[in-house]
Design a protein around this ligand. Structure first.
Ligand code: NI
Length: 181
């Protein structure tokens, strides 16, 4: 089922997600709905708050060809789509600035500095603890989604100059969706 995607201005995007004790059928169903919603919106990642929920879960699906060949090869063992409960970054390395967007911010772009490589620990849909290390676009997506789960939005990482560039657009978007910044 395709769910409604919450936009900047809605309070839930600033809520902090609550860890999930056990991944249940209802949680698995939510993950599948989130993947359907993400694909429908042509996004590569989605966090619970973006569909109005506050469980600590996010989904990611990076299509082939999005990353550098080298990063893609490095990330190849990681199964897609990713469904991650209680994800936490346990290690990170390097830094890289690249373009970033978000389904909750239609029409807003920007360039954000992120770690070049991250190691993330999470619970999979069979309640097994997993640990993956990713680089490039996938590493960026994981940092973006885990931020969402902490109530942090990508615009929070924008440089002062970029924030100014998008200030009018952001103000308008927030106002149209409830006014929470
Ligand atoms: Ni986002």
């Amino acid at each position: 089922m395709v769910l409604k995607v919450c936009k900047y201005g809605e309070k839930v995007l600033r809520d902090k997600a609550t860890p999930v004790a056990v991944v249940t059928d209802a949680q698995r169903e939510l993950a599948d709905d989130m993947i359907e919603t993400m694909h429908h919106a042509k996004g590569v990642g989605l966090a619970a708050q973006q569909v109005g929920r506050t469980e600590r879960i996010c989904v990611i699906d990076i299509p082939e060809g999005c990353d550098d060949a080298e990063d893609e090869l490095f990330n190849a063992p990681i199964p897609m789509p990713l469904k991650m409960w209680n994800p936490e970054i346990v290690a990170q390395d390097g830094s890289v600035c690249d373009k970033e967007g978000c389904l909750s911010f239609p029409g807003v772009g920007g360039s954000i500095v992120r770690a070049a490589q991250v190691t993330v620990q999470y619970l999979d849909e069979q309640n097994r603890p997993q640990m993956i290390t990713a680089r490039g676009y996938l590493a960026r997506a994981m940092q973006h989604e885990i931020d969402h789960l902490n109530g942090v939005l990508y615009i929070d990482h924008m440089s002062a100059v970029e924030r100014l560039t998008y200030a009018t657009k952001l103000k308008k978007l927030s106002k149209a969706n409830g006014g929470v910044r």
